[in-house]
Design a protein around this ligand. Structure first.
Ligand SMILES: Cc1cc2nc3c(=O)[nH]c(=O)nc-3n(C[C@H](O)[C@H](O)[C@H](O)COP(=O)(O)OP(=O)(O)OC[C@H]3O[C@@H](n4cnc5c(N)ncnc54)[C@H](O)[C@@H]3O)c2cc1C
Length: 322
């Protein structure tokens, strides 16, 4: 293994950022489970990342992770190179055009920091981001949304790199937003976006954000190790209601548990493995199918290899890089 990692490192291009071999990923994932990245790459900036993509051998897999709030890294870790965007990707700048705000954000900026920056700058319309614990890159990929607003409503433009490092300016129509989905190719890496807001007084914006915070405290297990909504809502249905009907609230497998507070959230109660969590998710899918006839689809992105080294897909597996 160590020799293979050394070989892989030797084949990677020289970069200004940092490579780390055998880097544990659990600390980066909200569920706090999963194995290591064969190589973790933190690019110095967008140019460094583009140069890396252009020069890297084509057979080396690349996986992008944001703040890990919607992923389940499997116990066998992730082969190839895992990329995490750092400080150079956290821009947040407001440009006013009369009463319309254009908010320029880096893909590595956290949603909450963007919401707070906008609040302080008197920009309304992005309060919902304070309820989504991810990065702008993850929010673009997942068309994240909360409290009646989603990325599709506020994104004026974005920029992404393709697998060969080519830059692509993207207009809203290119983003192909749908429910918790963007049609942008799976191997594109978002670098930045321009979001639209409008003028309002900071105290009024702060009040709306406080309301979102309090609703979240009441309805989601946000102070636990969780991965957010486990399954997408099927058309015309709520996933949590189907899970409740199938009797899965509080169901356990190993250290994994279905939240009592919100039964579309899985929780790592302490010693869960990724296999416990994925197995529990699959058990829920089986029971919901049996009781209601509905097939739940995973919202959480399951990444990497099982502990036995298999990348085999479970259920409707939507494993995949970025
Ligand atoms: C307690 C809790 C509450 C949540 N509530 C909500 C909610 O109300 N609404 C909601 O929509 N979501 C919610 N989520 C889910 C999650 O926060 C969002 O999906 C978020 O947008 C994921 O962002 P991330 O940076 O954590 O991405 P990750 O979880 O790290 O990755 C998710 C996907 O995005 C891709 N990705 C990340 N960055 C980039 C990039 N720069 N370029 C291309 N692809 C990228 C990854 O490859 C992966 O496929 C919640 C999660 C938790 C833990």
């Amino acid at each position: 293994m160590a020799a293979a990692r050394h070989d892989l490192m030797q084949r990677l291009p020289k970069v200004r950022g940092e490579y780390t071999a055998d880097a544990p990923l659990a600390p980066f994932a909200w569920l706090r489970v999963g194995g290591a990245a064969e190589i973790l790459f933190r690019p110095a900036d967008g140019v460094d990342l583009a140069d890396f993509l252009a020069a890297k051998p084509g057979d080396i897999a690349v996986t992008l992770i944001g703040s890990g709030s919607n992923i389940l890294v499997r116990d066998g870790g992730i082969a190839g190179v895992v990329i995490r965007l750092g400080a150079a990707f956290r821009e947040c700048r407001v440009a006013w055009q009369n009463d319309s705000a254009h908010v320029h954000v880096g893909a590595g900026a956290s949603d909450i920091s963007v919401a707070r920056h906008c609040r302080d700058a008197g920009v309304a319309g992005l309060e919902f981001l304070s309820g989504v614990p991810g990065t702008i890159g993850g929010a673009l990929r997942m068309n994240a949304g909360a409290y009646g607003c989603e990325m599709a409503d506020v994104t004026l433009a974005a920029e992404a790199l393709d697998a060969a490092g080519g830059r692509h300016p993207l207009a809203p129509r290119d983003l192909g937003f749908a429910y918790r989905h963007s049609a942008v190719p799976a191997d594109f890496i978002f670098l930045s976006a321009v979001l639209e807001g409008r003028r309002d007084e900071p105290p009024a914006i702060a009040e709306r954000m406080a309301e979102i915070e309090s609703n979240r405290e009441d309805s989601q297990p946000i102070r636990t190790r969780t991965g957010g909504s486990t399954f997408t809502n099927p058309p015309g249905e709520k996933a949590w209601q189907l899970i409740e009907r199938a009797g899965c609230r509080g169901l356990r497998r190993g250290g994994a548990m279905v939240s009592e507070k919100h039964c579309n959230f899985l929780i790592n109660t302490g010693g869960a493995s990724a296999a416990d969590l994925e197995g529990l998710g699959e058990e829920i899918r089986r029971r919901v199918k049996r009781e209601t006839g509905v097939t739940l689809e995973w919202e959480i992105r399951r990444l990497g290899r099982h502990a036995d080294g298999q990348t085999m897909r479970a259920g409707n597996g939507q494993d995949g890089a970025s």
